[in-house]
Design a binder for this molecule. Structure first.
Ligand code: G3P
Ligand code: MG
Length: 233
């Protein structure tokens, strides 16, 4: 089962920063999940619509200029990276799951991804774009059929992973609270990988592994790796 570092190794370092991504790589994570918002002509790696929790600055991310965001520090420690900076830092060393928040995907996202392939050593299949907004994913896939997609859901729909198959996604990502064996089996029958978020408890990690889940998003990849190492084979 793959281990994907949720917002980087966010248990050990401020989430969605180069520091958290470095910790994830040190822990041997198979992938790094990060969240992005569009801002002016850039994509900013950040999870929240509002700035307060992460930076103690009032107001919304979208109301700041790029120059203002660049002066902020996540938890008073680490700068907010752009997507380009994050991809240049990770440099093809693991899979990257880029989760679109507040997106306008016409803003040249694929130009940034192509640049990551030509300049930063990524292969296409290492750049997985996901979102809870399936309309954005559909638009992206319609415009760029080769793009790898991860379809996100918190719900376990009546027709299970049908929505992800309809999107021609590579993977379906479901909340740990709602994943079931039937969902996993249905997704696999449709040729989809199943990744589950956000999983840090040993019991959950072992149970999901036994269910045949393909990967988990966790905040503490080093701990998850140790738990999986100790499991009965
Ligand atoms: O991509 C999985 C997970 O990150 C989705 O939820 O809120 O942590 O971005 P959230
Ligand atoms: Mg996310």
């Amino acid at each position: 089962m793959l281990i994907l570092a949720h917002r980087g190794a966010s248990f050990e370092a401020p989430e969605n920063t180069l520091s958290a991504f470095g910790r994830a790589l040190d822990a041997g994570a198979d992938g790094i999940e990060l969240d992005i918002y569009p801002l002016q002509d850039e994509w900013i790696v950040f999870h929240d619509r509002y700035l307060t929790r992460l930076t103690a600055h009032p107001g919304r991310l979208q109301d700041l200029t790029l120059a203002q965001v660049r002066k902020l520090k996540v938890f008073g420690q680490q700068p907010v990276p752009t997507l380009d900076e994050a991809l240049a830092f990770i440099a093809g060393r693991c899979l990257v799951n880029i989760e679109l928040k507040g997106a306008d995907i016409t803003r040249g996202l694929t130009r940034h991804l192509r640049h990551a392939v030509t300049a930063h050593g990524f292969r296409n299949e290492q750049l997985l774009v996901s979102s809870f907004n399936h309309h954005w994913l559909k638009q992206l896939k319609d415009d760029h059929p080769a793009q790898y997609l991860g379809a996100l859901t918190t719900a376990c729909p009546l027709d299970y992973a049908a929505f992800a198959a309809q999107l021609n996604a590579w993977s379906v990502h479901i909340d740990v609270d709602f994943v079931t064996q039937a969902f996993v089996d249905d997704a696999h029958q449709r040729g989809l990988k199943v990744f589950v978020f956000t999983v840090d408890e040993p019991e959950d990690i072992l149970e999901l592994d036994a269910m045949g889940v393909d990967g988990i998003f966790c905040n503490h990849p080093a701990a998850a790796r140790n738990i999986l190492k100790g499991r009965p084979m």
